[in-house]
Structure formats: C-alpha cells, structure tokens
Design a protein around this ligand. Structure first.
Ligand code: FAE
Length: 545
C-alpha cells in the first residue's frame, strides 16, 4: 500500500493500547512484550519549549553527541532541554508503520525534497529516483559544493538511518585521529562505556556461516581472503537475537525486509532506545522535535537562543527566543559547523576563533560494486545490516565495508562502502553576499579515495577474473564518489575548541558531536563520536558545573 502524508500530526498522542490495536495484525504479542518495543512506547514524549523559557543546559541536536551530553548532564542533576529540527518518529503512518522501506521510498524518506536522491541512483541501467511529497522526512541528502552529505533528521539523529556498524578504531591508529586525546583513557574507559551504553554486539559466528541472509558477506570474505586481504567481523547495534527470529519467521522482519536507510521499524538499538531512553528516565530531559536553532548570542552571562518551530512541510510556524545558561552544539558536523560559521560571520558570536569552519572531511567515503560470475551468487535475501569488513588500511589506506544490496532479487553483485585515508580537507566559510555558508569541497578530491579503494578491488577483480559494476551510480560510472555518509570536522577539538570541546571566546558554549573530529577516523565514526562525547562531558561536569 502506498503511504500518504498525514494531513495533521495525526495520532501524535497515540496510546500504547491503540497503537497495539492498530498494528496487532503484523506484530505478534511476543514481539511487543519481550523483544522489540514499538517506537511509540520507547521514544521520549515531545515536550515542546515555550517562548521565553529559561534553560540550564540547551542541547542543539539529538544524535550521538547530543544524547551522551543530555544523559550525563541529567545524571549529574542538571535539567536539559534538547532541540531537534527533525520529527519525533513516534507515530505510525497510514500504512501502520513508522518508517518506510528502503525499496519503496515515500513522503517519510527524505528531508524536504520533492524527488528522492538515493545513494544508488541506478540499477541495471534504470534510474531509481522518483517523485515524493515534500515532507520533513528522515534522510537529508544535503547538496553542498561537489558533494552530497547524507544525514539523519529526527530524534536520534544519524542513529535512525545508519547501518549500525559500531567500530572502535585500532589503538595504533588513534593518535593519528585525535592527537591531543589520551588514548589510554579512551581505550580503557570511554570506548568501553560508549560500546556498552550503545548495546554493541557481534554476530554469532555459527549463525553467520549458515544463514542465507549473509551469503553476500560470505562471498565477500571468500573473495577478500583469496586475494590475501584481512577480513573481519564488524560489531553492530542491531539486536542479533531479533534478526535470528526474523530469519525463523517468528517476528516481524526489519533487517531481513530491507529496512535501513529510511529507518528500521524493529531490531535496531537506535539512540531513542538507548541513550535517549535513559536520559528521559531521569526525568530531567525534555525534547522539542521540529524545532530548529537559528541563532545563539551572548546575553547577561548566558545566551539568547532563537528557535524556529516547523510544520511537516518545513514552513516556520513560530519563532521563539529562550535563555540558556549553557549551550551544547550537537547538530552534527555539518549542522554545527554551518551554525558556528554563520554566527561568527554575522557577528552574533564574535569571540569564536578562526579555526571555526576548518578541518572538514568525508571520512574518505567511496562506493563501488563488483560483478560476480554466475556461479557465485550473493543471494536474493540480504540482511540490510552490514557485519563484515576488509582491512587494507596499513598497506593501501582503505577499510571496505562489505555492504548489502537488499533488492530482493539475485544480483550477482558484491557491493562496498570504503573508508579511505583521503588527505583533502574542506572549509566552511560565510558568504555575506548570499547570506549562506559555503563549503569548498571538489568532487575531484575523491581521486585519492578511489585509488585507495582500488588497492583492494583491482586485486580482487584480478584474482577472481571479475569486473566492476558500471550501472549503480549512473551509466558507465564505476565509483560512487559524489557522496558521504560520514561528515566529520568543522569545529575541531583543540583548535576551534579547547581539548574538551569548550568553544574559544565564549564561556558556556560547547561542541559535542562529529564536528570535533578532524575529517577522518579510519573506520565508521559513531562509536568514536560517542566515546569522545563521554570523555568531554565528564570533564565539563567536573569543572564547569
Ligand atoms: P547526528 O547524528 O547527525 O545528529 C545531529 C542532529 O542535529 C540531527 O538529528 C539533526 O537533525 C539535528 N540538527 C541539525 N541542525 C540543527 C539545528 N539547527 N537545530 C536543531 N537540530 C539540528 O550528529 N556511522 C557508523 O559509525 N556506522 C554506520 O554503520 C553508519 N552508517 C551510516 C549510514 C547512513 C545512511 C548515514 C547517513 C550515516 C551513517 N553513519 C554511520 C554515520 C553516523 O550516523 C554519523 O557519523 C553520526 O550520526 C554523527 O553523529 P553526530 O552526533 O555528530
């Protein structure tokens, strides 16, 4: 059934009983009780901020950095208000589901677009993008100079749309990622704390060997190992027991039904089920969804924060100003960088230093597919949750995630998202003429990433006698070099801020998200973003509150 946008915020206050009644036909009682709470019950209730409110700590954004910050402040006895420009994602659409399937994007899928912009634009020569109603959907494909930056929008930020791959970088690489941070502390205290609060776990190896859903990853392993590359299992925040039950037909399918890019209706331990659930349980954290911060400026020892309330068409319905003693920028690398660069450029925060906007990178993301032989199928059923990687970082500067292509049909394709040691860094600057923030990235800067990814896939193709797919990113285009899932930097730790995220020039302002990390973490970034936020907020609570 084609799902349509609700004309109002239909069902916002839906009770748990009514929710179960509506979805009872697709959700078994066991699934509701024991394993998977529907989002309506698990998500924090909206508690919208009033104009003129006075707030002790205001957090901009509800992704990883924001959620860690809110939880730890609340546990220390500080009242927190979180402002999130995206939706709460706690209300089912007309099809009874909160999130749309990856294979059939609808109004819920994209942030304020009238046509989808899917990372894989083509398949077998056919363009995949289609018209959708403009809506405050979950995935933002933000087009900036020479690059499309994909980001999650809603309470939970990137955790709503990401692949859940929860990777701690190798200890030896860490000093190259964050040189001013004590690595021992990170690996002894903050990475373990982040992994345990996020609910990170590794797939049962015995199940991996037998399930149809990971045939594609086993083919990926075989090809990697035959070319002498290091293959590794990658931990994830998806509930592996739930996935096993999906395979057994005992619960409603999510990963095995191709859900990922536009949200998982079940199984994924996204932030609303982990950090944000704990934060709400303290009774000290409130959240305003569909509210966007546009300005922060000093006022009487604290800050005046301007916030626009949006409706689901993206129109501003109200503009509010509130007072906050302290403000934590957690709007993601792009969101935080753009806000800070604009606030410095317009004179709202004149004390920010010239490092603001610098050091932005895309974690060297580049995608490609390989065409396998007919005797080497990758499976019609593919779990949308990746769990394997090929590590050639030391020799070739690339770590490749063995990614799914969950089309529901046999494709004979192996698909990869590579993270590479791309040395290029972009810079955000204020453009007074247009009143916008520009990013000086160029698509040509992806060439080093392609070269590094080729260090793996040229060799595999030579060993296997196979070729690259040319039908996934356009016609006769091998490399997905126009995008990133992993924006990082723009307000770099120990440069735009002190060594704990305090912004220079304005006491009481902090950066807590991926903007702190200078462009690259050598693996998927959210565990590092979470662990760094844990480290920084511990120091800030001890010294500033
Ligand atoms: P983020 O999670 O982006 O949260 C920022 C929040 O702030 C968002 O909810 C915004 O809507 C909100 N916001 C922005 N501006 C404003 C404003 N002005 N006012 C109010 N709210 C605002 O930031 N990483 C992994 O480690 N493993 C993966 O498997 C993985 N897969 C990915 C797949 C996809 C498709 C995508 C898009 C990303 C993936 N990532 C993955 C990246 C990961 O989700 C990302 O690094 C983190 O979410 C970044 O966390 P932050 O806290 O920096």
């Amino acid at each position: 059934m084609e799902s349509r946008p609700p004309s109002t915020q239909e069902g916002r206050g839906l009770s748990r009983r009514r929710f179960i009644g509506r979805t009872g036909s697709i959700l078994g009682a066991a699934a509701l009780g024991a394993i998977d709470l529907p989002n309506a019950a698990a998500l924090p209730q909206a508690d919208v901020i009033e104009p003129g409110a006075q707030v002790t700590a205001l957090v901009i954004g509800t992704g990883y950095g924001g959620s860690v910050t809110a939880l730890r402040l609340a546990q220390a006895g500080v009242d927190v208000h979180m402002v999130e420009m995206g939706m709460a994602w706690d209300t089912p659409g007309t099809d009874g589901k909160i999130f749309a399937n990856t294979t059939s994007p609808d109004y819920r899928s994209f942030w304020l677009r009238t046509r989808t912009k899917q990372p894989l634009s083509n398949f077998l020569g056919f363009p995949l993008d289609r018209d959708v109603p403009r809506y405050t959907g979950i995935l933002d494909a933000e087009e900036m100079g020479g690059i499309v930056v994909y980001q999650g929008r809603g309470v939970g930020g990137g955790s709503l749309v990401n692949g859940g791959m929860a990777v701690t970088p190798e200890r030896s690489r860490f000093p190259g990622v964050l040189p001013s941070v004590d690595a021992d502390e990170m690996y002894e205290v903050y990475y373990p704390r982040a992994n345990s609060t996020l609910g990170v776990a590794t797939i049962d190896p015995a199940w991996f060997e037998t399930t149809e859903a990971y045939k594609y990853a086993r083919v990926g392993r075989k090809h990697a190992q035959r070319s002498n590359f290091r293959f590794m299992f990658v931990p994830n925040v998806y509930d592996w027991d739930y996935m096993k039950q999906e395979a057994a037909g005992a619960v409603t399918k999510s990963a095995l039904a191709g859900e990922i890019l536009y949200g998982n209706n079940h199984g994924k331990k996204s932030l609303p089920k982990t950090y944000l659930a704990q934060a709400r349980a303290t009774g000290r954290v409130t959240i305003s969804p569909l509210h966007r911060v546009t300005s922060v400026t000093p006022a009487g020892g604290g800050y005046t924060v301007t916030i626009e309330q949006l409706d689901t068409s993206g129109a501003v319905t109200t503009t509010k100003t509130v007072r906050a003693q302290r403000v934590f920028f957690a709007a993601g690398s792009v969101g935080t960088s753009k806000l800070l660069v604009r606030l410095k450029g317009t004179g709202a925060l004149p004390g920010l230093n010239n490092e603001v906007g610098n050091g932005w990178g895309e974690n060297g993301n580049v995608m490609c597919g390989r065409a396998n032989h007919l005797w080497d199928p990758t499976g019609a059923l593919q779990s949308s949750i990746p769990t394997a990687g090929i590590d050639n970082w030391a020799a070739g500067g690339a770590f490749a995630e063995v990614a799914p292509l969950p089309t529901g049909i046999e494709t004979w394709a192996s698909f990869y998202l590579s993270i590479t040691k791309n040395p290029h860094r972009g810079r955000f600057t204020w453009n007074a003429a247009t009143g916008k923030v520009d990013l000086d990235w160029q698509t040509a800067w992806k060439q080093p990433s392609i070269t590094m990814a080729k260090s793996i896939f040229d060799k595999i193709n030579a060993t296997e006698g196979t070729i690259y797919r040319t039908d996934l990113f356009g016609t006769y285009k091998i490399w997905g070099d126009h995008l990133t899932y992993h924006p990082l930097g723009g307000a770099v730790l120990d440069k735009a801020t002190d060594n704990y995220g305090r912004l220079h020039g304005h006491p009481g302002l902090y950066v807590t998200d991926g903007a702190l990390i200078p462009g690259n973490v050598s693996v998927n970034p959210f565990v590092t973003i979470t662990a760094l936020a844990e480290r920084n907020i511990e120091k800030v609570i001890a010294e500033d509150f």
